[in-house]
Design a protein. Sequence first.
Length: 57
Amino acid sequence: MAHVINKELCLSCGACAGTCPVEAISEGEDAYVINPDICVDCGACAGECPVEAISEE
């Protein structure tokens, strides 16, 4: 399953986007979002998030 970003916790810092090897993370309206069709579920983004806003779906 793809990882998801909790938009209520996301700081929109972009730290996660820089770690994604397949560029599945982009800036959304209120927070960053992960495209589940592209995400390879590697978890690199979750380890980089300073507020732990990213989890497995």
